[in-house]
Design a protein around this ligand. Structure first.
Ligand SMILES: O=C(O)CCC(=O)C(=O)O
Length: 243
């Protein structure tokens, strides 16, 4: 069962998940966003950025383009694949290759970038769901993951590498790592709570949609600017994920 796989491993690989029509609808919007992001964020890109975010609050996209994105991220197909009940939309991210391809990737759990204390992080990763739904627009090298790490805290080796302690680098290989390559049309659903890192290459362009539990701690991280406005809400097929 797919749900059992997710519970055990923390990720689900869904080959040939997206139909090409849906991808063709969002692709020009995503490419437009990305092109303008590169122009407006030259310095960040030069300094090693590998992602942008918040496509649905972009001042460069029209309301109609945002409506297309909202309907895509909340499509029946995507919502049916989320491995927990009553998911809420958090945000979007767009991943691309670093300008300098030598830039090493880095193991992390998304929660480490919050202000939460370590004890709180340890507790929350096993309690609350935060998932990425990765939709690549091109065949890509994908993601490296350590299956099962959404259910437990780090081993000493993982902690050392993830935090670049002692002589470790956050890009060092870790025991138990697996790599999941992805093709256009595939989807990868993975827990942001697990230890993971991106694999760069092939001039990747990949959309991550992030969903969270309907929980007040998690919802406090939600930026209302990324949600549909009142008028757009009435035009969305599944508005409940944005409520
Ligand atoms: O693809 C990447 O470079 C990293 C992806 C990632 O860390 C994430 O989706 O949280």
């Amino acid at each position: 069962m797919l749900l059992d796989d997710y519970k055990t491993n923390g990720y689900l690989y869904l080959p040939n998940f997206m139909d090409s029509q849906s991808l063709m609808e969002i692709e020009p919007i995503i490419r437009k966003f990305h092109k303008l992001w590169l122009i407006n964020n030259e310095k960040l890109y030069k300094n090693g950025a590998i992602n942008s975010h918040s496509l649905t609050s972009s001042k460069h996209l029209t309301e109609n383009e945002k409506l297309t994105l909202f309907n895509f991220v909340s499509s029946d197909k995507i919502l049916a694949a989320i491995p927990f009940q009553n998911p809420k939309f958090l945000n979007t991210q767009l991943f691309f290759d670093p300008k300098a391809m030598k830039r090493p990737n880095y193991w992390h759990r998304d929660i480490q970038y919050t202000d939460l204390e370590i004890d709180e992080q340890k507790k929350l990763i096993t309690k609350l769901n935060v998932v990425h739904v990765r939709i690549p627009l091109k065949n890509e090298e994908g993601i490296a993951l350590i299956p099962g790490t959404h259910r437990r805290w780090d081993t000493p080796q993982e902690l050392q590498v993830r935090n670049s302690l002692k002589n470790s680098k956050s890009s060092d290989d870790l025991e138990g790592q697996i790599r999941r390559r992805l093709d256009r049309g595939d989807a990868l659903i993975f827990s942001a709570n697990m230890i993971h890192r991106g694999i760069y290459g092939n001039d990747r362009l990949t959309l991550d949609i992030i969903f969270i539990d309907d929980n007040s701690t998690l919802l406090s991280f939600r930026n209302k600017g990324n949600l549909p406005n009142i008028k757009t809400m009435t035009l969305i097929n599944n508005p409940v994920v944005f409520e």
